[in-house]
Design a protein around this ligand. Structure first.
Ligand code: Z5A
Length: 217
């Protein structure tokens, strides 16, 4: 059984996920927790190669199914190579995106069968499931995403696609309110970070109480 804690960040592009995850990582390290921060797709040699394939806007011929399976392949690699071993060693693993992204983008956004995505996700992730998911609520228009310096293959998609992704995320949060906490992004990044720290502190203290109770039992 994993001894660490798995915390994921979800939400739209450029919502500040990695900025907030880095601040949280510093906070947790200062409190004495062994912590690592990874991103999906990526954070392994193979995963970074898959990431390039996925985000390269020249790959216009990529089918939606191929896209979903590539995200899953990168996930299988990072779980086996990094996440599971770290959890077993008692680390807190902060991950920028995980399976909810595939359900939101390839499921709700692209229209792939959500049950099939969840089935493949279960095979890929096994017992590795987030204890807490922080869904950053901050939405930019598709025009805004397309117009920044170098938009990638996913950012090039339409307003309709991004709206479906957003609605998908909120449906997921409704289905799993205990795991998925919606964090409204504030102009002041410290204010957002405070909300994140409160949610994480609550989650870690619940986990620690549950473990103590199991040990007593
Ligand atoms: N994708 C998928 O379709 N299916 C899947 O299963 C998975 C992913 C796993 C990954 O791209 C793409 O793959 C992504 C989803 C899709 N879609 N796209 N495009 P990525 O990893 O390159 O991008 P991302 O995760 O979507 O976003 P990002 O670029 O990494 O941004 P972020 O981490 O959310 O934000 P950030 O880098 O922390 O901040 C963005 C900027 O805002 C930065 O300049 C900050 O300094 C600034 N910032 C941050 N917070 C603030 C506040 N509070 N005020 C002002 N400015 C701020």
């Amino acid at each position: 059984m994993a001894k660490g804690a798995f915390i994921t960040f979800e939400g739209p592009e450029k919502s500040g996920k990695s900025t907030q995850a880095r601040l949280l990582s510093r906070y947790l390290v200062n409190r004495g927790y062994k912590t690592i921060f990874v991103r999906e797709p990526g954070s392994t040699k193979l995963g970074e190669k898959i990431r390039k394939l996925l985000l390269d806007k020249k790959n216009t011929e990529m089918s939606t199914l191929t896209e979903m399976l590539l995200y899953m392949a990168a996930r299988a690699q990072i779980i086996d190579e990094v996440i599971r071993p770290a959890l077993e060693k008692g680390y807190i693993v902060l991950c920028d995106r995980f399976l909810d992204s595939t359900i939101a983008y390839q499921g709700f956004g692209c229209g792939l069968d959500i049950r099939a995505i969840k089935d493949i996700g279960r095979t890929v992730a096994g017992s590795v499931r987030p204890e807490l998911t922080l869904l950053l609520d901050f939405w930019k228009s598709a025009d805004h995403l397309r117009n920044h310096k170098r938009p990638d293959r996913i950012e090039m998609r339409s307003e309709v696609f991004h709206r479906k992704v957003k609605e998908g995320y909120f449906k997921l949060a409704k289905q799993e309110p205990r795991r998925i906490k919606i964090i409204k992004v504030e102009k002041d990044l410290n204010e957002t970070q405070d909300k994140i720290r409160k949610a994480v502190d609550r989650c870690l203290s619940k986990m620690s109480s549950a473990r103590k109770a199991r040990v007593r039992f």
